[in-house]
Design a protein around this ligand. Structure first.
Ligand code: AMP
Length: 198
């Protein structure tokens, strides 16, 4: 049996990873696990956990590693119980401990992550996109103050995972400027290289 395709997508808030993930999922028939969506669902359901999560998301902080790792581990376990083509992890890992835990977890299951795709976009463009999205989506964390904080959090906590995956020879940076189609073609070219080796 072919090994499943395990893609990770990262980038600063507003880089378009959610949009690109949806296109990749369609093209390669993968599961889409967006940790941001999972967390927002908990918040919308107004569970106790959701209220706790909202205290972090609403001010642009990352939720604690332990919380997100537990949530994601359950989802990955249930995926692995079924036969599946592959998955794209959108927004995970977002810290070094998350990356290390994910790699350990996959190794134990004798599965390997394939690549971390880093969608790179200039800061002015990120802020512009997020402010526009805030008007349409009503996402509480898409306001200027929270956006600036999220960008700082990205630089200090998330960017270090790029070096970690570079060290594993599983890192590729893709230019995230241009149209959705142009960016998708760049990502698709990288994914094709992996698919052809499977
Ligand atoms: P996103 O939809 O990916 O932009 O994520 C929205 C928010 O959810 C982030 O600003 C964090 O507060 C939280 N979040 C999403 N993924 C993670 C993660 N892997 N670790 C911690 N917090 C996360």
């Amino acid at each position: 049996m072919k090994k499943p395709l395990i893609l990770l997508i990262t980038g600063a808030p507003g880089c378009g990873k959610g949009t690109q993930s949806k296109l990749i999922v369609e093209k390669y028939q993968l599961h889409h696990l967006s940790t941001g969506d999972l967390l927002r669902k908990e918040v919308d359901n107004k569970t106790e956990l959701g209220q706790l999560i909202n205290q972090y998301i609403s001010i642009g902080k990352l939720v604690p590693d332990e919380l997100i790792i537990n949530l994601l581990a359950k989802k990955i376990d249930s995926l692995l119980e079924s036969e599946f083509n592959g998955v794209i992890l959108d927004g995970f890992p977002r810290t070094l401990p998350q990356a290390e835990t994910l790699e350990e977890m996959m190794n134990k299951k004798e599965i390997s992550t394939d690549i971390l795709v880093d969608v790179s976009v200039k800061e002015e463009e990120l802020i512009d996109r997020l402010l526009k999205r805030g008007k349409d989506s009503g996402r509480a964390d898409d306001n200027l103050e929270t956006i600036k904080h999220r960008l700082n959090v990205y630089r200090s906590q998330t960017q270090p995972i790029n070096d970690y995956y570079q060290g594993l020879s599983k890192y590729v940076q893709v230019d995230g400027m241009g149209t959705i189609e142009e960016i998708f073609t760049r990502i698709e070219n990288e994914v094709e290289k992996i698919v052809s080796l499977k």
